[in-house]
Write a new protein. Sequence first.
Lengths: 201, 105
Amino acid sequence: MKDDRDYTQDIAEIRSMMERSSKFLSLSGWAGIMAGLYALAGAWVANSWYNFYPDEISYETSSLTEIVWLALLILVMALVTAIYFSWRKAADRGEKIWNAVSRQLLASMAIPLAAGGGIILILVSKGLVGLAAPLMLLFYGLALYNASKYTIAEVKYMGTVQMGLGLVGAWFVEYGLLFWALGFGVVHIIYGVYMYFRYER
Amino acid sequence: MSGDKRVKLSIGNLHKAFENRIRLGIMSALAVNDRLGFTSLKEFLDVTDGNLATHIKKLENEGFVEVEKSFIDNKPNTTYSMTEKGKKAFEEHLNVLEEIIKSQK
């Protein structure tokens, strides 16, 4: 055994392994910022192009199909962006993007999101369009809260904020889209900027 | 940095099983996870199958790591966890490391 072994290096590796094997830390602030911008653009398109502004729980619009496609487009763009930035950050950190922790993180998000997506589709198909935006916030918040144990603690706060906005948006249905833009747009951007300055700069 | 008698003594107290960084990594990962599968450990440590298996065997022989073999959908599934003895040894190892670093300052 070498006497001059660097034991601080041992400690650093123990710490890094404990962290890496329990938390996925390759989430990028840029993904949050971009997702927020997509959401704001999407809300603007829905509102000004398709005149979509549900002011009642039961709300009719001739462009429902377009709105659903728009929402899916935003979701896919946000996911692709998040995967791209995570992949880049993971490569920088020497971490694998697809490992036991990222799988647990995704599964813990996917389950509340799938349940939420199901109920939203059912309600929308029955004409309760006004509940779609607040329920998206609510279930997204639950998903974040649930997944936060596999990543940085701040995700838990973001989840709580999204749930709060969802509940307020459900009460003031006429401002549902506004709260949606606030949650998926502004909150994501704030979170992304915070992440960038705290962990990436 | 190295002439200190206390340091020498402390280094002697470090468990040989933890000299190797891969074994140290396995123990660290198992310290924060109740159980881990072979593939998960392999991904975290970025080592080959053979290499990982050898080091796990060593830890198993020390009585630090426990192996559980089961079947999920007819596929063999091997998971590893830390024994009480392993936990104690790992904690002690951390304490000794801490002392060495303190005395080096």
